[in-house]
Design a binder for this molecule. Structure first.
Ligand SMILES: Nc1nc2c(c(=O)[nH]1)N[C@H]1C(S)=C(S)[C@@H](COP(=O)(O)O)O[C@H]1N2
Ligand SMILES: [Mo]
Length: 336
């Protein structure tokens, strides 16, 4: 809500446009470089020998499978560009983190393996187990296990062995990880070794103890799965000093469905619609931009996304609240 305190004394000539900040969507940062992707490992990094590593599909299936890396790589590969967002600390479910990236994964749909393993009629859930294990929250030997309903897993889960055109790096789950588009990163189990079909949900550290939340309007906690409607302003950066001129305010927005509206508010003023990228077939994030010329002085900009299901980013206080960035417009002209 900061009103510009500096008196408005614009230069006599119209402000120049800055072409370096006017890149068209989706823009060069549409896919996040691997070096810039966050790393989350609750139990440390496992030591995996790719030559000895195997993936099993077991439990309530007609034909249990065991595949090595060569066998998996020999299966028809596909690509998927998807938003990859960390939920943040499961102990602070209301704290916004906006740790979010957009990745091009290479791999195969889980359905290809399920078709071969043939789930039995009693199978209801799919468990994904990683090779990492260790002490966590007072227990000695915790494994990283997540679960999904069988139909959801069959429809959505992608098994990735490549990330942005290179083999998966060790810290991102080499040799194979799950990717669950439109769900928080916690569901995307890295260093995958076992896929188990069961009739009941497993009650484990990372399935029912942690990573549950009670959504507004709900009376019982649910597993942390689908992402929230959200947005992130990328330009300007927080506390940036912008030269006087027209600035392309840019960022990214994402949800479980298409984002259909993205509004920006300057200095607590009215919401103004930004231009929004039309999403492709992939569950990727969408870019937005709005060109604006502001008076010299301190400013704030807020972004608020609305998705096709009518969900709107809430005011500050929620983990997916509107994103606010504070910045300053200087008096210097152009490339100051
Ligand atoms: N095996 C295993 N998989 C895991 C985790 C983990 O600790 N162990 N962390 C999860 C969390 S909380 C997130 S946000 C993503 C992060 O993936 P990244 O480190 O490749 O960005 O991996 C998920 N998969
Ligand atoms: Mo996470």
């Amino acid at each position: 809500m900061t009103a510009p305190t500096t008196p408005l004394t614009p230069p006599l000539t119209p402000p120049p446009e800055d072409p370096s900040h006017a890149d068209p969507a989706p823009g060069p940062d549409f896919v996040t470089p691997v070096d810039n992707v966050f790393v989350r490992a609750h139990l440390g990094l496992p030591d995996i020998d790719p030559a000895a590593w195997t993936l099993t599909v077991e439990g309530l299936v007609e034909r249990p499978l065991r595949l090595d890396l060569a066998a998996l790589r020999a299966l028809p590969a596909d690509q998927l560009i998807a938003v990859h967002e960390c939920f943040g600390s499961p102990l602070r479910p209301d704290t916004p983190t906006r740790a979010v990236t957009n990745i091009e994964w290479t791999g195969l749909p889980l359905a290809a393996l399920l078709d071969r393993a043939r789930p039995l009629p009693a199978a209801r859930h799919v468990l994904f187990e990683g090779a990492d294990s260790g002490p966590f929250h007072g227990e000695d030997d915790v494994a990283y296990v997540k679960d999904l309903p069988l139909e959801t897993a069959r429809r959505d889960v992608f098994l990735a062995h490549g990330m942005n055109g290179e083999p998966l790096r060790a810290r991102h789950g080499h040799p194979l990880r799950a990717v669950v588009p439109r769900m928080f990163g916690t569901n995307s189990v890295k260093w995958l070794t076992r896929i188990v079909l069961t009739d009941e949900r497993p009650e484990l550290m990372f399935t029912t103890t942690f990573y549950t939340r009670t959504l507004p309007g709900a009376d019982a906690p649910q597993p942390v799965r689908e992402v929230d409607v959200n947005s992130k302003i990328l330009s300007p950066a927080t506390d940036a000093e912008l030269p006087y001129g027209t600035w392309a305010f840019r960022g990214r927005t994402w949800s479980t469905t298409e984002v259909v509206r993205l509004d920006l508010s300057f200095d607590g003023g009215p919401w103004e619609p930004a231009t929004l990228d039309v999403p492709g077939a992939d569950p990727a994030w969408q870019g937005f931009s709005l060109r604006r010329t502001l008076a010299p002085g301190p400013h704030t900009v807020r972004s608020r996304a609305t998705d096709a299901a009518g969900r709107v980013q809430p005011p500050p206080g929620a983990r997916n609240s509107v994103h606010e960035v504070g910045f300053t417009v200087g008096r210097g002209c152009g490339a100051a």
